[in-house]
Design a protein around this ligand. Structure first.
Ligand code: FAD
Length: 281
């Protein structure tokens, strides 16, 4: 039994029934053929894992499934490749269009899973197709077939993003560097970048207030339950303030949803992904 807390950026979560570290397509296909429940994790930067653990084989992709190759204006990246590595390789090759991902501390697979995005860019804008494995076989899917929309895809556990092809455009490396510096500065000014968090807790509602502004107006900045607290810097972030459990984060989310419902009549929908037996109330 391997504890997953060290694989999530919040640093919470119980054990996986089994943790597998496949490094090739064939290894993933072999695991899927066992016919047992499978879930894949990236950098755990958008993930709450149940304290009770996960009754599944949890995959963490490595080896060729985390590698990056540049071919003309096409970048081929493994599902387990970190966005930061892909961005670095693209910049070195003089390819722009992936700068938005400097703000997203995850992998290509995690980015496709939730059509990650920031500063007007998102995965659906650069993704040509993704190689996805299931127990029934492996094949390429287009953004349409993946059902990419605002922070959403139709992917389900048991579908493993093995590789992606991204179409980028020629851009000078110095210009890319300048854009990334500017976006990182904006990010640092507005969000808790040096704390253990899992990014935005809730999707922005259809309302004049963003989720963060709404929860701030509900007086939740700095609100603490157990070892988790709503960030004093940005109310749509939950920080591990020391010894947090997933249950603490979930209790904060329930309180946030209750207050948004009572004060604004808004049902906040969580953006963070849940793994294991978890219920959001
Ligand atoms: C400080 C901070 C800032 C953030 N800012 C942003 C932001 O601006 N925009 C944004 O969109 N997100 C943001 N996030 C959230 C997060 O970084 C993204 O959602 C990211 O895309 C998650 O990638 P991951 O590899 O960490 O996925 P994980 O968190 O490990 O997993 C997320 C989901 O993807 C699935 N998954 C992961 N890899 C695969 C794969 N290879 N195949 C199939 N399924 C897979 C998992 O099962 C899970 O359901 C932020 C997070 C943090 C901590």
């Amino acid at each position: 039994m391997t504890d997953l807390s060290k694989y999530t950026t919040l640093g919470t979560g119980g054990p996986a029934r089994e943790l597998a570290l496949p490094g090739s397509v064939a290894e993933v296909e072999e695991i899927l053929r066992r016919g047992e429940p499978v879930a894949t994790i990236g950098l755990g930067s958008n993930l709450l894992v149940a304290d009770a653990g996960v009754e599944a084989i949890v995959l963490k992709l490595g080896g060729e499934l985390a590698s990056v190759q540049v071919d003309g204006e096409l970048v081929r990246a493994g599902g387990g490749a970190a966005n930061a590595v892909v961005l670095h390789r693209a910049r070195a090759a003089g390819l722009g269009g992936f700068e938005f991902a400097c703000a997203i501390p995850g992998t290509i697979g995690g980015g496709i899973w939730m059509n990650g995005g920031a500063y007007g860019g998102e995965f659906s804008q650069v993704l040509v197709r993704a190689l996805v494995a299931t127990a029934d076989g492996t094949g390429w899917l287009t953004p349409n077939e993946l059902g990419l929309s605002y922070r959403h895809s139709n992917l389900e556990h048991g579908q493993v993003v093995l590789q992606a092809e991204l179409r980028l455009q020629r851009r000078l490396p110095d210009e890319i560097k300048a854009t990334v510096r500017e976006l990182n500065a904006q990010r640092k000014a507005a969000q808790p970048t040096n704390r253990r968090t899992f990014g935005s807790v809730f999707k922005n509602p259809e309302h004049e207030l963003s989720a963060g502004r709404m929860l701030e107006a509900c007086g939740l900045k700095g609100h603490r339950i157990g070892g988790a607290q709503i960030s004093p810097k940005h109310a749509n972030f939950i920080e591990n303030a020391g010894g947090a459990k997933t249950a603490d984060a979930l209790a904060l989310m329930a309180e946030a949803r209750r207050r948004a419902r009572e004060q604004y009549g808004v049902e906040l929908v969580h953006e963070v992904e849940l793994l294991g037996p978890i219920q959001v109330t």
